[in-house]
Design a protein around this ligand. Structure first.
Ligand SMILES: Nc1ncnc2c1ncn2[C@@H]1O[C@H](COP(=O)(O)OP(=O)(O)OP(=O)(O)O)[C@@H](O)[C@H]1O
Ligand SMILES: O=P(O)(O)OC[C@H]1O[C@H](OP(=O)(O)OP(=O)(O)O)[C@H](O)[C@@H]1O
Ligand SMILES: [Mg+2]
Length: 283
């Protein structure tokens, strides 16, 4: 059986994220200098380092079986790949933006405008849905400066915090879509069983990263109330304590809900409330 080939971004913001995720999932490799290729230790897997935006087409063509990339880039490439797993990072949205003082107020006003973007296909589809047709200025980066350079009336680009827009005195006219970093797969991978194992392993890390383990003691009479505060991923584990009026609860809680949950548990009489980080899990 041939090795499973996984495409990983060679540089840019997703490179380190992807490498860390794979390592945490027990898929360790060493990239030597600028080499484009690495073998994974103890698994029939090869990692190929590629440009993030080439990963969708190379996966669709079968050069790689799986890849880590942005769902925005998959949409733009317009290729038919299987989306296996959302990786819980790289959240961003694609937006049509115009100068703060622009006379463009609706998508229909973009008819006949010049639009600078790295996403011409997604943009044209969006415009067509709004009955508009525009002149595309297709670029690979620094899109936000194109209006002040005089080559565009509007831009379509990724927005996360909005600070790049503010720095360029631009405002969002409309949101085209929301995207994130995903694991994609070819319809016919070289090693299907290993592909499924990669998905399960990464899933364990993604869930572990987004949940904490919460443990606390609670009077039995308050157990139902406590379970309503922390319903858990599956149902909570409840153990008896020496004092029959009390019990101990173990439950997974979304990281961002841990502090408010602890506060609410304290109010209803819980004690010894502990948060533990989960490194990995199989549920
Ligand atoms: N500001 C952002 N916040 C969150 N995710 C982003 C952001 N910008 C880009 N992404 C995601 O990361 C992917 C890769 O981004 P991009 O192609 O810009 O590479 P980069 O890491 O910025 O490197 P480069 O220097 O080539 O631009 C995007 O397709 C998108 O999914
Ligand atoms: O809303 P914000 O938080 O400001 O993020 C959005 C910016 O992030 C990305 O650029 P990146 O940093 O990748 O630079 P690039 O133009 O070189 O790709 C994207 O292209 C936007 O310019
Ligand atoms: Mg970028």
């Amino acid at each position: 059986m041939e090795n499973l080939r996984i495409g990983v971004p060679s540089k840019g913001r997703l490179a380190e994220l992807a490498t860390d995720l794979l390592k945490d999932a027990g898929l360790s490799f060493r990239r030597q200098d600028r080499s484009l290729f690495a073998l994974v230790k103890d698994a029939p897997v090869e990692v190929t380092f590629l440009r993030t935006d080439d990963i969708p087409v190379l996966c669709a063509e079968g050069a790689i079986d799986m890849g880590i990339t942005g769902s925005d880039l998959v949409a733009e490439a317009g290729v038919d790949v299987v989306e296996r797993l959302a990786l819980g990072v790289g959240n961003c949205r694609l937006a049509v933006c115009v100068p703060e003082d622009s006379g463009i107020h609706a998508a229909a006003d973009l008819d006949g405008a010049r639009i600078a973007t790295s996403f011409p296909h997604v943009t044209e589809k969006y415009l067509a849905e709004h009955g508009a047709k525009a002149h595309m200025v297709t670029l690979s980066g620094s899109v936000e400066v194109m209006i002040s350079l005089g080559v565009a009336d509007a831009i379509v680009d990724l927005v996360e915090t909005g600070s790049t827009l503010a720095a360029n005195r631009l405002r969002i006219l409309d949101e085209i879509g929301r995207y994130e970093t995903i694991l994609i797969q070819n319809h016919n991978p070289r090693h299907e069983e290993m592909a499924n194992r990669v998905v399960r392993r990464l899933e364990g890390v993604v869930i572990a990263r987004s949940y904490s383990l919460l443990e606390y003691n609670i009077p039995r009479v308050k157990l139902a109330e406590a379970e309503a505060i922390t319903p858990g991923f599956n149902s909570p584990t409840v153990n008896a304590l020496e004092d029959p009026d009390w019990c101990a609860v173990r439950v997974m809680v979304r990281r961002k809900e841990v502090i408010p949950a602890m506060e609410r548990l304290e109010v209803i009489g819980a004690s010894a409330i502990l948060e533990t980080q989960i490194a990995n899990c199989r549920l």
